[in-house]
Design a protein around this ligand. Structure first.
Ligand code: SAH
Length: 561
């Protein structure tokens, strides 16, 4: 029997609903304390529809033994959460989920293996192309327990494939150990409990004569992998030459194994150096090698040289390990303006690089096991190099900066230096001009530009020329870095240059610390702008000749009608 008890009117309505919705449930009347006392020894579980504080108080005096006590689930009056309070492993977690389903609420489950361990290890590194070898599944609980218990867990990687963050006391070791995590594309024996993850590291190159049977092609691939001690779970894709894209035997063999088929032009394959070129193949297909060249076209090392059956050829290569660098925008300030994509990238990072002030803002989204390299303002190049170096060394790196990472941010210094051995993901965000515009109204409704007045990296002559061009072009202008302690006259000069082409009444918006607790928003005009009101963290938005103030809001019309 599941006893359902409500304290308030809202709670009693929830209780009645659950009594009808859950098999074996019945609503118990009376004062909650009395109802709990009466039901404690005969109920399998209790669902208390009241605040957690009240629920904890009414069950506290009865709690004896986690095996004998009924499981207790608590539901708040707003029906937002179903909390497994006690007896999580004795039905409480499942009951919390069932209650949540019945109410459209969120289940809250805090027992460790349910909450943090199993799902996290099942999908560890999934965003980086890792897959848990199903043969390891029976050991997930043991490794999760070791990680969560703070035990030393050994991470062994045959190559520096990134894994993403791992909570707990993880140490890198030179041979597989238990409890541990192994990342390898090879069929190696590991001690128990050790979870084997398969990187998407292998490319299977295939050639075939017309009509080659799928069984023959597939069998040849399987044997090549098995003889070389390679896991089929690490096959990233099957590759061949363009003109074999429709070859049924190849298509079916790849599909049956769940591998994508990638094809390359003969000319691209002809350019790849291979150990076993064939003049006969060259004459026929336009490249001296199909299988080996297709396996190697993306670079890497040949693990299985060309093997043949009657009608097919196969070769296997291991792709070079690629670093993973996410360049992540953190918006102007408020957590609500950190995009979900940025949160995902941060959660998947095991190394975060950024200015200390930005890193502080995003710490909540980092996972246990993530290392942080926060530095004071200054050397952007050094930060970019730290991030790229770490990515090359096999870490999953997030390089963060405020606003949009691509607007006067870290994306350019990083991408100027990242080679094609690093996978780069750029996560966009809300840049200062857009944040300021939203607070001012709609000043960017027509053609606009951004100009940074910082002459740290740009000769001032270039900046002046651009301000003049913006003035002549009648662009709305967002000035970034408008003023700093040692640099104050540039904004005054910019104001005068703009005033040559637009009236003194042109609206100007000053937004300082947008979307932060210290935010300030001021509307002024080109004629009355006092540059002393402008600081390091101000964005200055100057309207064009059509910009007006409507009901206190700065608006640039969409057209010139
Ligand atoms: N990548 C950042 C810009 C960095 S340049 C972005 O996309 O927003 C730094 C300048 O941005 C500051 O001098 C200021 O002009 C502007 N800025 C950054 N954050 C701001 C905020 N919260 N409010 C107003 N202006 C801001």
């Amino acid at each position: 029997m599941i006893g359902v008890i409500g304290a308030t009117a809202a709670g009693r309505r929830t209780a009645d609903h659950l009594a009808g919705a859950l098999p074996g449930a019945c609503a118990l009347d009376g004062r909650p304390a009395d109802a709990v006392a009466a039901a404690w020894d005969r109920a399998d579980a209790l669902v208390l529809c009241m605040a957690t504080g009240a629920a904890v108080r009414v069950v506290a005096t009865h709690l004896r033994d986690k095996h004998a006590d009924p499981a207790v689930v608590d539901v708040d009056d707003a029906r937002a959460f179903a909390v497994a309070l006690t007896g999580g492993h004795h039905g409480g977690n499942d009951l919390a989920r069932a209650v949540a389903d019945a109410l459209g609420a969120t289940p809250v489950v805090t027992t460790a293996t349910d909450a943090a361990g199993l799902p996290a290890l099942e999908s560890l590194g999934a965003h980086l192309g890792l897959r848990l070898d199903p043969a390891s599944r029976p050991h997930v609980a043991a490794v999760a327990a070791a990680l969560l218990g703070g035990e030393r867990v050994a991470r062994w990687r045959a190559r520096p494939w990134p894994t993403g963050p791992l909570p707990g006391a993880v140490v890198d070791v030179a041979t597989p150990a238990a409890p541990g995590i192994a990342v390898t594309d090879e069929l190696v024996a590991v001690p128990a409990p050790c979870l084997v993850y398969r990187p998407a590291s292998l490319v299977v190159g295939v050639g075939a004569s017309r009509g080659a049977p799928a069984d023959e092609v597939g069998g040849l691939i399987d044997a090549a992998l098995a003889d070389a001690g390679l896991s089929p779970l690490s096959v990233a894709h099957v590759a061949t030459v363009d003109r074999k894209a429709e070859e049924a035997g190849i298509v079916a063999a790849a599909a049956a194994r769940g591998w994508p088929l990638v094809t390359h032009p003969a000319a691209a394959l002809a350019a790849v150096a291979v150990p076993n070129p064939s003049p006969v193949v060259h004459a026929e297909v336009g490249t001296p090698s199909v299988a080996e060249a297709a396996a190697l076209v993306g670079g890497g090392e040949l693990l299985v040289a060309k093997r043949k059956s009657a009608t097919a050829t196969v070769a296997v290569a291991r792709r070079p390990v690629r670093g993973r660098l996410a360049v992540v925008s953190t918006g102007p300030g408020a957590a609500a303006l950190v995009p979900p994509l940025a949160r995902d990238a941060l959660a998947g990072a095991d190394f975060v690089v950024g200015l200390d002030q930005y890193v502080e803002r995003i710490r909540a989204w980092l996972r246990p096991g993530c290392e942080v390299a926060a530095s004071p303002i200054g050397d952007e190049v050094a930060r970019a190099e730290t991030a790229i170096g770490a990515a090359r060394g096999g870490r999953s790196v997030a390089l963060v900066s405020g606003g949009d990472v691509g607007v006067y941010g870290m994306a350019s210094p990083a991408l100027e230096r990242a080679g094609d051995d690093v996978d780069v993901v750029v996560v966009p965000g809300v840049t200062a001009a857009v944040a300021a515009a939203a607070l001012l109204g709609s000043p960017l409704g027509h053609d606009h530009c951004a100009i940074s007045l910082s002459d740290l990296l740009t000769p001032y002559e270039v900046i002046r020329r651009r301000v003049k061009a913006a003035a002549e072009g009648d662009f709305v202008v967002s000035f970034y870095n408008p003023r700093s302690r040692g640099r104050h006259w540039q904004l005054d000069e910019a104001r005068l240059l703009l005033a040559e082409h637009r009236p003194a009444s042109t609206p100007v918006g000053l937004v300082t610390d947008a979307y932060r607790p210290t935010q300030s928003v001021t509307l002024t005009t080109l004629g009355t702008l006092d540059t002393a009101d402008v600081g390091m963290l101000t964005t200055v938005v100057v309207g064009n000749r059509q910009t007006r103030v409507v009901a206190g809001r700065m608006v640039t019309p969409r057209g010139y009608a």
